[in-house]
Ligand binder design. Structure first.
Ligand SMILES: O=C(O)CCC(=O)C(=O)O
Length: 261
């Protein structure tokens, strides 16, 4: 399914677009079941990594099953090792939209799952995805797929329309793990718009789009799967051993080019 002209224009001018019902309810269920198998110990998690909610990690909140406190799930090879995630990365609707935005030669840059467990799900601060990835040119696309209904109460995505045109901003490390947030900015949360979505909807954002998600204050899960695509002509700007673990380079479609990702 192609994006409409209107969606394409919105992506160019505002930096994001939503494709509704991109994944079927059956696929969404398959992904949620597979994720739960990994996070709750029914399936060997290698080579994937977990990040635990910081308040649980610090011992401020007690959770019976650590699987219920997983915040992020990612790792080199997530789509190489797992048929369910691979099928999403190669999903016709997602790849058709990514082709419209980036052209026919595509690689997967990253795959991850982001969880906001009921009540403990914490904020993910304002950042631009491009700041995480040593990739040029900075015009890759992040696809954020809602696996549950995402609302303002449970931590849906918030974006600053048009701000992707202002280039890369300074980021600084936050207290836990590998997260970074925008340090200096001339906009704040009041400039951001929430993007509520139904399960199966896919949000495509430009990698320079500043975005954040609020804590989950509800009693239900907010889960999302992320697939990021880049042009196969992109280049890593760091040498092999400086490449972060979460950077993939998986062929999705079209040609590959010598010296490129
Ligand atoms: O799903 C979330 O809460 C935030 C995800 C996000 O912004 C990211 O991983 O870049």
């Amino acid at each position: 399914m192609d994006c409409t002209d209107e969606q394409f224009r919105q992506y160019q001018s505002e930096g994001y677009l939503v494709v509704e019902n991109a994944l079927s309810p059956e696929t969404v269920d398959r992904v949620k079941t597979r994720l739960r198998e990994y996070t709750h110990g029914d399936r060997e998690p290698e080579p994937f990594q977990h990040q635990i909610e910081p308040a649980v990690q610090r011992g401020e909140i007690e959770i019976e099953d650590e699987g219920d406190a997983v915040r992020k799930f990612e790792g080199l090879g997530m789509v190489q090792e797992d048929d369910v995630f691979r099928a999403v990365a190669e999903d016709e609707t997602l790849v058709a939209a990514a082709t419209q935005l980036l052209g026919p030669n595509l690689k997967l840059l990253r795959s991850a799952a982001m969880f906001k467990p009921p009540e403990v799900g914490s904020e993910k601060g304002f950042h631009q995805d491009a700041a995480y990835y040593p990739i040029q040119p900075m015009d890759h696309v992040t696809v954020w797929i809602a696996l549950d209904e995402a609302t303002t109460a449970n931590g849906c995505m918030n974006v600053v329309p048009g701000a992707h045109k202002n280039g890369i901003m300074g980021h600084e490390a936050v207290e836990y793990d590998t997260d970074i947030v925008i340090a200096d900015r001339d906009f704040d949360k009041s400039d951001a718009v929430p993007v509520p979505m139904d399960a199966g909807d896919a949000l495509f954002t430009h990698c320079l789009m500043p975005h954040y998600t609020a804590p989950n204050t509800t009693e239900t899960w907010r889960r999302a799967l992320i697939m990021s695509y880049m042009r196969s002509r992109s280049r890593f700007t760091k040498s092999g051993d400086e490449r972060p673990d979460w950077v993939d380079s998986v062929h999705i479609q079209g040609e590959s080019f010598p010296g490129c990702v």
